[in-house]
Design a protein around this ligand. Sequence first.
Ligand SMILES: Nc1ncnc2c1ncn2[C@@H]1O[C@H](COP(=O)(O)OP(=O)(O)O)[C@@H](O)[C@H]1O
Ligand SMILES: [Mg+2]
Length: 643
Amino acid sequence: MRRSLILMGLTGLLPIVVLGSAYGAVTLREQRAALDRQATLAARSTARLVGREIVATVDAVKMISRSPTLDGGIDRARFTLLGLRLLEDHPNWAALSVADSDGNRLLDLPRPIGGKLGKVVDPVSLARAVRTRQPQVGHVIHGAGLTAFAVRAPVLNHGAAPYVVSAVVPVTAMQHLLFAEEIPAGWRLRIFDKRGAVIAQSGSTGREAMQCVVTAVPESGWQVEVAVPRGSFAALNRQAQLVLIGGSIVALALFAALALALTVELRRFRQRQAATLQAQRLEALGRLTGGVAHDLNNLLTPILGGLDLLRARIGEDAKALRYIDSATGSAERARTLVARLLAYAKRQSLTPEAIDVGALLADLYELLQRSVGPTIACTLRSAPDLPAVRADRNQLELAVLNLVINARDAIQTDGRVSGTIIVETRLPRRDEARGLARGDYLALAVHDDGCGMDAATLRRAMEPFFTTKAGDRGTGLGLSMVHGFAEQSAGRLVLESAPGQGTSATLILPATDAPAPALDTLRDRPTRTAEILLVDDDPAVREAAAEVLRAHGHLVAEAESLSQGMAALNHAPGTALVITDYMMPGGTGGEFITRARDAGLPQPFLLLTGYTDAAEDLPGDVPQLRKPFRERELLDAVDALLG
Ligand SMILES: Nc1ncnc2c1ncn2[C@@H]1O[C@H](COP(=O)(O)OP(=O)(O)O)[C@@H](O)[C@H]1O
Ligand SMILES: [Mg+2]
């Protein structure tokens, strides 16, 4: 499970990492390219600016070289006037100079460069200007306290170049061009002349490693260089790595969360599955138990009836009476056992009524405390304003008694004597009522601080005949009965326990709006003889019941099916009472009653039943007698109906 989850995670993570890496690499390349592009653009735009400045200077010098003041000799006065004006227009020129074609300076403006006239400092560019008859930009030259370059234009006269006009431009004049280009912090921008001397520089002056982009300035043969610190690229790399690592961590966290959710869901699913299996097992056991118990029930009815009749006939024979008593005792015990099995199988007949559980527990309290003994404290605890529940009062009392006795037994294991039992009533937790029909419920919980149950015991605790108690201390029928009773009452029994942690056994029962009625009182009843029709397909049950009734003076007619019963009823209008089985050939007791009533027959009915599903198609006013019944119970029921 864990391994498959990890594998799943890895297979999920792998593509993320691969994709993330690919994406990171692409993004990184793009960002590097963008950085390169930005540097190239900066270099080009600066180169254009420098070029334009050079062209403007060349144009200005060329214009001066065309001046008539230089035609056929130098008109010194007028050229000086013109030159000074031009110097005013170009404040960043250091000087304007006219030299002959051999490089001898003839006139310097505003005053002789270096204090006196002499040879030009950069004769190469001058010679080239003379030779090519084209303007030239000279090298950068240090001299006369100045770093500058010359822009020269030949004065053309009939195809010859007798003079050369030069503007001397200090390199500082180029500096401002660099500021026009905004470059990121840490970058460096430089202009070089043809020989690699720096003309101007801006930006970083640090010594860190740089990556350079170089662009030529065609107008002057210079170069513009933009340098980007290598650190910027490294930072990009770092960013990409961070994104990748961060992404992987997020993906991992997401996966972990997902795996956790999946594990929890799986565990829940398994728990649900186990619960369903358990319920199915108990259900199957219930059906089996119910079938056996029902058959036993039918056998017990004539046994008990026969014993009752025998006792009446035997008279004073004490020995025989003892045998009969012992037989009756065993049969009674069998009847109780069967009743418990029927309870487990959800087939006992219940008489649900509205019950104030608080009052019921208060009534029961003395019995509970007496059952657990003085060394165990049994405490009632109740939440306020609880609704009444709808359940069978006797069975509910029995259930509580069973749970409390189990709690006592759990406390008393290993020879312990003292302990605490809390009987609590409250509203159920959400998980306790999950899966039950919609509606309100009440929880009646019995907590103990006894030995608790291990998982295996907990799983089987509700099975009939499952007990961990030695000898005849345990029957294994307590919890099975309580479970059956709870389920049959449309609720459930919830067990929570762990070894050494005590146990909580919680009955969840449906709440009802109906007010809880006061308790019944005993009635006096007259006895009399009447014509009774007895319908039951089981001859043993029928004969036993008939014998009991006849022994007490009643006139009993017998029938073994619904149709026989109807016929008998039609032919004997004097019938005062009909006693009928529920399950019969030809139709149920319920159908019998309906047909009789539809035919306008007025007789009251008493239903004999071992099944509770008998109640389904029964008119609500028909009393029932659960098989097996005792002589007295039958007579009581008959008298109640005749009275
Ligand atoms: N409160 C409890 N604490 C510990 N174990 C319990 C408790 N209630 C029931 N059990 C376990 O469940 C088994 C079945 O209980 P039950 O059906 O009442 O039968 P019995 O009490 O006759 O053994 C018990 O034998 C015991 O192992
Ligand atoms: Mg028990």
